[in-house]
Design a protein around this ligand. Structure first.
Ligand SMILES: CC(C)(COP(=O)(O)OP(=O)(O)OC[C@H]1O[C@@H](n2cnc3c(N)ncnc32)[C@H](O)[C@@H]1OP(=O)(O)O)[C@@H](O)C(=O)NCCC(=O)NCCS
Length: 212
């Protein structure tokens, strides 16, 4: 989720394509936030997928790093492109850590995950996040739902959570960049009341915006 001006003004900007490409060539950024927070123990809201699989909707945890990496590996190249706006082969550990260790005053990420008590290692199946620009009081969102759980209303549910959270964090506007060929996400956003604007400097991207 990417745009020059905002990258400069918002240190929490998703700008993931740039960060991701810097890993491997530069040392990882310093860890800023403690690895255990109260949300690490919150069980979350229980849900059932269409096929009966039990899931939970909860906040991301610092301990989710490896599950997030495994979840990334289950995405198709097309889902990755839609989510990150460009191809990405892997989610490096420092980048995944950065996506899990959030400043709760400025960022939030909701995940759809296996319950903690699941017989197998709990996996993450969807993530929706928002980062608030403390200067502009605008929040930028991004979302991805694993194909197996798509078209079941989870994307909409996660977006509602992100909208509520961004509002609680003081944002007055929520926005995201969506590829022009990502009709499902454009439709989803339209249903949620987002307005669309073309990006003059990036004709392949549509910016969707919601007043909070
Ligand atoms: C876009 C995405 C988040 C939707 O998640 P989801 O869980 O399938 O969303 P929902 O089940 O809540 O669907 C809500 C509505 O979105 C639209 N939609 C979702 N997937 C669609 C698809 N494959 N084709 C057409 N419309 C679709 C529909 O209007 C749908 O309502 P309907 O099922 O009643 O027709 C998910 O497909 C995804 O992760 N895509 C890849 C990553 C991405 O595009 N991220 C957005 C960039 S920030």
């Amino acid at each position: 989720m990417l745009c020059g001006m905002d990258t400069v003004t918002n240190p929490y900007r998703l700008a993931e394509h740039r960060r991701a490409s810097s890993y491997g060539t530069r040392p990882p950024p310093r860890r800023t936030y403690v690895s255990t927070t109260p949300q690490d123990f919150a069980p979350g809201e229980r849900l059932l997928a269409r096929d009966g699989t039990p899931l939970v909707l909860r906040l991301i945890r610092a301990s989710d790093v490896q599950a997030l990496q495994r979840g990334f590996d289950r995405l198709t190249p097309e889902e990755v492109r839609m989510r990150f706006l460009h191809p990405l082969n892997m989610l490096p550990e420092p980048f995944a850590r950065e996506l899990c260790e959030l400043d709760p005053a400025r960022a939030v990420a909701w995940v759809l995950a296996d319950p903690d008590a699941a017989p197998r290692v709990p996996e993450i199946h969807a993530v929706a996040r928002a980062y608030v620009d403390p200067v502009l009081d605008q929040a930028e969102f991004a979302i991805v739902v694993e194909g197996r759980y798509a078209r079941q209303g989870f994307g909409t549910l996660l977006m509602h959570r992100v909208i509520d959270s961004a509002r609680k964090l003081g944002a007055t506007e929520l926005w995201g960049d969506v590829l022009l060929d990502n009709q499902p996400m454009l439709d989803l956003c339209e249903r949620l009341g987002f307005t669309r604007n073309f990006m003059l400097h990036d004709p392949g991207v549509m910016r969707v915006t919601l007043a909070l």
